[in-house]
Design a protein around this ligand. Structure first.
Ligand code: PRX
Length: 632
């Protein structure tokens, strides 16, 4: 048995030696000449000069040994479709998709925006991009047209791959009107949209830029498209995520470092091995989907289970039946899903044969102790919390059972993962925190392989956003508060910025505020996150109407609230919709005009906001209290 402590120390003392060994997990068409280029901090370039390809490593490389093994099991409880793809048939589908993209003019370095629901074609399209050396940017299907347009303008894709519709909870969400509107809004409009027609949406109009995938797939049925060998540091993908400002950042990742990091994580953190079956219940539009639905399980020669639907339809036993039916070994989801399942009849869980399941992994939001205890007991299997971000691409904190099965401590995702020089620091001085003292979770330079290489098209934003929190010192800020105990276990205490986490979805309160202030009736708005028993957090909006009468009585207020929520749906998507809108005459602000969001959040939860010496008008605090009390 390895010792975690030694293993972690080695990775920090000698990152070159450590990651040189790990790099042997993937195929390099040309070996790298240098493990790590530190010449331009805070940028780090891993495996310099090495040439490789993510699609080759995820698909082609397995053909010799596991062509007939399932690579992808697809289940949709929305459409009732179940399909299995062996590595051989996955290879064929990816080649078809790559050939079609090539015909439509996609070449190495081009961006391809993927706006697809959870259908196999999403995975084919991502891998086809990787094959061609094109940079994919998957946009979560729940995002509305203006969000899509902003991403189109930032990524400037050569092609968009979309579907006619998504489906959730039995409801069909028509995508083509969203695409029409996004293209009309975007300054940069790609010439074509490749459309996967699921025939779910009502008869759509034949917009001239829509190209049907099916006939092209038929035409390229036997196509073989060679893998482009990319230098390890070329971009593999862009994934947009929310931060402090209203403008999402394009997190850019490399090729070689990402492949190595994911392959290593599969052994050391997830204990997944070739031939195992992994079910990650997330969405390809999020980072957990990129890393643990698509790339990591396939890099490791495993079977990945892709699921479209909710955990409670047709009933709350659906996931457990999937475990039984497909002999799933590893499961990965967010704590919110478990809280939802906890409300279901426990007999549904007991009815399934869960003997194949070894471990349940949870990430994306804090795992509360009662949920952890309930699911651990119900399954009788280890439950492993892991903490990370879109930016890192793979866990920063976890019990790394593939190294040493340290004991779990309820409420903590565990200890720093190898490769990460993770510290708790004082937010102002950068001084290390004593154990038990709250600080910012920071990472020392260099970030390990697999982490973001920059902000797409904006190196300065990468440096300014993440590396300048302590002036004169080189720390990557995670924007999370934490506290570490004497044994090295870290507990997450919430974000230091204006990001909130609703049902494991990362949302920028500034983005929601911008969407709301676009409505003519809104003079001012503040959006804050408050605790929610089911979703972890919920967003609340406090709005000062332009016309005080607009929300004067209950009916008018309800009407305006509905209109404002619809605005968020249209601007950002329903996932960003606040749980409630409260109307006030005044918002608590500092004398320099900064919103006191933390004070608002405290008041909204019935807590006192503490001393606020810089507040402009203390009467604003009472406004928040009254608004919340009036509607409890
Ligand atoms: O605040 C932390 C929280 O989610 C943020 C990152 O969200 P996202 O970029 O969507 O990536 C999710 C990848 C799993 C973090 O800054 N977070 C993530 N995991 C945990 C967590 N908070 C507590 N416990 C976790 N395990």
């Amino acid at each position: 048995m390895r010792s975690y402590r030694e293993f972690h120390q080695q990775s920090i003392d000698d990152p070159e030696g450590f990651w040189r060994r790990e790099a042997a997990r993937i195929h390099w068409q040309t070996p790298f000449s240098e493990v790590l280029d530190r010449s331009n901090p805070p940028f780090a370039r891993w495996f310099v000069g090495g040439r490789t390809n993510l699609c080759h490593n995820a698909v082609d490389r397995h053909l010799a040994t596991r062509a007939q093994q399932d690579a992808l099991v697809y289940v949709s409880s929305e459409t009732g479709i179940e399909r299995r793809y062996t590595y051989e048939s996955l290879h064929a589908e990816v080649n078809r998709m790559a050939a079609v993209m090539r015909t439509l003019g996609v070449a190495r370095g081009d961006r391809v925006l993927i706006y697809l629901p959870m259908i196999p074609e999403a995975l084919f399209a991502m891998l086809a991009c990787a094959r061609l050396g094109a940079v994919h940017s998957v946009v979560f299907g729940g995002f509305a047209a203006p969000s899509l347009a902003a991403r189109i303008d930032d990524a400037r894709p050569a092609l968009i791959v979309a579907a006619d519709a998504g489906a959730r909870g039995g409801r069909v969400i028509d995508y083509t009107p969203l695409i029409d509107e996004a293209l009309a809004r975007a300054r940069h409009a790609p010439a074509q949209v490749l459309l996967i027609d699921r025939q779910l949406a009502p008869e759509r109009l034949g917009a001239p830029y829509l190209v049907d995938y099916e006939p092209l797939r038929e035409q390229h049925f036997d196509a073989r498209v060679p893998c482009e060998w990319l230098e390890s540091n070329e971009p593999s993908y862009i994934l947009y995520t929310s931060g402090t400002t209203g403008k999402p950042k394009g997190v850019q990742r490399d090729v070689g470092g990402y492949a190595v990091a994911l392959a290593a994580s599969m052994e050391y953190i997830y204990e997944g091995h070739a031939g195992d079956v992994m079910f990650t219940a997330s969405d390809v539009g999020w980072v957990v989907g990129h890393s643990y639905i698509v790339y990591a399980p396939l890099l490791a020669g495993m079977t990945t289970v892709m699921y479209e639907g909710t955990p409670v339809r047709p009933d709350g036993g659906i996931w457990w039946r999937l475990v039984e039916q497909y002999r799933i070994n590893l499961m990965f989801t967010a704590p919110t899903a478990i809280r939802v399942l906890k409300k279901q009849d426990p007999a549904l869980l007991r009815a399934a044969d869960l003997s194949s399941l070894r471990t349940l992994f949870l990430a994306g939001e804090p795992l509360d102790a009662p949920t952890a205890a309930w699911i651990g007991e119900a399954l009788g299997k280890p439950v492993v919390d892991n903490y990370w971000q879109t930016e890192t691409g793979w866990p920063m904190l976890a019990i790394q059972r593939g190294i040493e099965a340290l004991p779990q401590k309820l409420g903590s995702p565990g200890v720093p993962v190898y490769g990460y020089d993770l510290r708790l620091i004082d937010e102002h001085s950068g001084e290390p925190c004593a154990s038990g003292q709250k600080g910012v979770i920071a990472l020392g330079y260099p970030l390990p392989p697999g982490c973001m290489s920059t902000v797409w098209g904006d190196d300065a934003r990468f440096v300014d956003t993440y590396w300048r929190s302590v002036p004169g010192q080189q720390w990557y800020s995670t924007f999370d508060w934490g506290v570490q105990d004497e044994d090295g276990y870290v507990t997450i205490l919430g974000r230091t910025d204006d990001v909130i986490n609703v049902a494991g979805h990362r949302l920028g309160t500034r983005e929601i505020e911008e969407a709301l202030s676009g409505h003519a009736a809104v003079a001012e708005v503040a959006v804050v996150g408050v605790e929610d028993a089911l979703k972890g957090q919920a967003a609340l909006a406090f709005v000062v109407p332009r016309d005080a009468d607009a929300a004067a009585d209950a009916d008018a207020a309800a009407q305006l609230e509905a209109a404002l929520l619809a605005t968020v749906d249209r601007q950002l998507g329903a996932i960003a919709r606040p749980a409630r809108v409260y109307f006030v005459a005044l918002l608590p602000k500092t004398r320099s005009g900064k919103l006191l969001r933390r004070a608002i959040a405290a008041l909204a939860q019935g807590q006192e906001p503490g001393d606020l010496p810089t507040i402009e008008d203390p009467a604003a605090l009472q406004q928040i209290r009254d608004a919340v009390d009036a509607r409890v």
